[in-house]
Design a protein around this ligand. Structure first.
Ligand SMILES: Nc1ncnc2c1ncn2[C@@H]1O[C@H](COP(=O)(O)OP(=O)(O)OP(=O)(O)O)[C@@H](O)[C@H]1O
Ligand SMILES: [Mg+2]
Length: 241
């Protein structure tokens, strides 16, 4: 067994809940919604961590406007405290450099990051997963089996089938599912809510398309004032009220 796997348990010992935001498709809003969930929980006084697990294309530091900072190291690495959220991302180390990872490199990077990051005591750690239910998602299930998955879907014919597959896979793996959220909601189409019902998991709400979101990225204060954030705040309360 990799000795780092035991170190991972130690590093996460003070974390009460771990919520992974996933969606089997790319570009479905995982990063904006994970980051907004983390901010919403922090605003309510919770001790929150945010871990960007998209090693090849991290986004959370961009959404939080946190480029150019470097975490402190002292027998491990302390996440950066940004707007009340303890944040960790490979972007703090690699900057804008590309991170070409393949095969076992992905698992190794995940293990390394989990083994060095000092989260301390947290109420909730949010994991922002990369697109697809591939290596990272499967490794998270294996290494941190208590992780609860929040699945993002959209009412589109090209998305709904992959949401169904994701629900099946997570169910087969016996991974806890905290619920399903629909992003980019469309009036009159309840297919995502119906799918959640078929699997007997909570449907947590619909996030609307928000034309004001783009201008708010990089500025957490503006982000908090968006329509998207208002909806996510409600979802945050129903996940951890
Ligand atoms: N509800 C929304 N309204 C408006 N824009 C949105 C909404 N949700 C997501 N976006 C925009 O869509 C783009 C993709 O969002 P995001 O990066 O969060 O997706 P992702 O699922 O994390 O993507 P990836 O799979 O690449 O990690 C971003 O530009 C984001 O601002
Ligand atoms: Mg993302």
């Amino acid at each position: 067994m990799d000795p780092r796997a035991a170190a991972v348990d130690d590093r996460l010992a003070g974390v009460d809940r771990i919520v992974a935001v996933t969606g089997s498709k790319g570009g479905i809003g995982k990063s904006v919604i994970s980051t907004s969930l983390a901010l919403a929980w922090a605003d309510e006084g919770r001790r929150v961590g945010l871990f960007d697990l998209d090693f090849t294309s991290p986004s959370d530091h961009v959404i939080l406007g946190a480029a150019g900072h470097f975490p402190a190291e002292d027998f491990g690495v302390d996440p950066l405290l940004i707007e009340g959220v303890r944040t960790m991302s490979v972007a703090f180390f690699s900057g804008e450099a590309a991170a070409p990872l393949r095969g076992g490199d992905v698992t190794n990077t995940l293990l390394e990051m989990l083994a060095i990051t000092r989260w301390g005591d947290l109420d909730i750690l949010v994991l922002d997963l990369p697109p697809g239910l591939g290596d990272i998602a499967l490794d998270v299930v294996r290494l941190v089996p208590r992780t609860e998955f929040l699945l993002l879907g959209a009412a589109s014919r090209v998305v709904i089938g992959s949401v169904r597959r994701a629900l099946r896979l997570l169910t087969e793996l016996q991974a806890p599912i905290v619920g399903v959220v629909e992003n980019l909601g469309r009036d009159g189409d309840d297919s995502v809510a119906e799918l959640a019902g078929q699997f007997g998991v909570p449907f947590l709400g619909v996030v609307p398309y928000d034309p004001g979101l783009e201008d708010a990225l990089g500025d957490p204060q503006r982000l908090r004032n968006t329509r998207l954030f208002g909806t996510v705040r409600g979802i945050a309360r129903s996940v951890a009220g």
